[in-house]
Design a protein around this ligand. Structure first.
Ligand code: PEP
Ligand code: MN
Length: 298
């Protein structure tokens, strides 16, 4: 490693992260979520509302993303809100709605776990446990997730360096849970035109230096629906393994993050445009059989 510490991906002294490094698993980690594989040649799209709000809203969102070809259904039931007076999520009844909607449409589900106390419930029902940006360094939660054998999607903190992000992932791997996906969701910079600054170089960096799948969340990264398509295509081009996108059937009525929600129509168009970009980097949208078999079956 040319004089660098072997356990130091950024080239600075850091004795922490080594299990996450590419050298620990040169072929890369593939995370199995139900029948869906994340981190292989298939590009995986997770989509749905920011928050589960009720039966009808969720059904419309789930149906729309499933019909457009999404692979997983997202929906928050425990919401980390900046204001204590904002909608905090439906909690356990919302989780039941999410499970049912996922089953109806054949999609595994991803949902955020905010506290260690929520883990038994969430681990029983969610296929991927999402750690939100505000919890990236909740070390008690990370340690508890390390004891599980369940897929975890670890979002990058609002102002976290890539090194801090990797160390957070290292906590989970150190506990023995190797099913970790990193998620770049934009970082806070001096720029205020967008909600955050999407750090796509960090995505390419994490793909190069670690063996973990990397997912991009263009919704929180930009906060602007019209930017979600171009940033999704850019994420596909720069080596990301998938996307996490907020889609709402009626964005103007959303109880959470409505201003950044993609409409079902725009999401369907994005799904149609992704294969063209993915082909340029020898990837394809994930399918159970792989692209060749699907084409042959037609
Ligand atoms: C979310 O996915 O709805 C969310 C709260 O994201 P983040 O933790 O990235 O802000
Ligand atoms: Mn959100």
């Amino acid at each position: 490693m040319g004089g660098q510490q072997p356990d130091d991906p950024a080239g600075r002294r850091d004795p922490g992260a080594h299990r996450v490094l590419r050298a620990a698993r040169p072929a890369g980690t593939r995370v199995q979520v139900g029948t869906v594989e994340v981190g292989g040649p298939g590009f995986v799209v997770m989509a749905g509302p920011c928050a589960v709000e009720g039966t009808e809203q969720l059904e419309l969102a789930a149906r729309a993303v499933a019909q457009a070809g999404a692979h997983l259904l997202r929906g928050g039931v425990f919401k980390p809100r900046t204001s204590p007076y904002a909608f905090q999520g439906m909690g356990e009844p919302g989780l039941k709605l999410l499970v049912d909607a996922g089953r109806r449409h054949g999609l595994p589900i991803i949902s955020e776990v905010m506290e260690t106390e929520q883990l038994p419930l969430m681990a029983q029902h969610a296929d991927i446990l999402q750690v939100g940006a505000r919890n990236m360094q909740n070390f008690g939660l990370l340690r508890a997730l390390g004891k599980l054998r369940k897929p975890v999607l670890l979002k990058r903190g609002l102002s976290a360096t890539v090194q801090e992000w990797l160390n957070a992932a290292e906590y989970i791997l150190a506990g023995g849970n190797e099913q970790v996906m990193l998620c770049e969701r934009g970082i806070r910079t001096f720029e205020t035109a967008m909600r955050n600054t999407l750090d796509l170089a960090a995505v390419a960096w994490a793909k190069e230096r670690t063996h973990l799948p990397v997912i991009v969340d263009p919704s929180h990264a930009t906060g602007i629906p019209s930017l979600i398509t171009p940033m999704s295509l850019a994420a596909a081009a720069c080596g990301a393994d998938g996307l996490l996108i907020e889609v709402h059937p009626r964005p103007e009525q959303a109880l959470c993050d409505g201003q950044q929600a993609m409409s079902p129509g725009d999401f369907a168009t994005l799904m149609q445009r992704l294969p063209g970009v993915l082909a340029t980097v020898d990837r394809h949208l994930w399918t159970p059989a792989g692209p060749a078999q699907i084409a042959g079956a037609r």
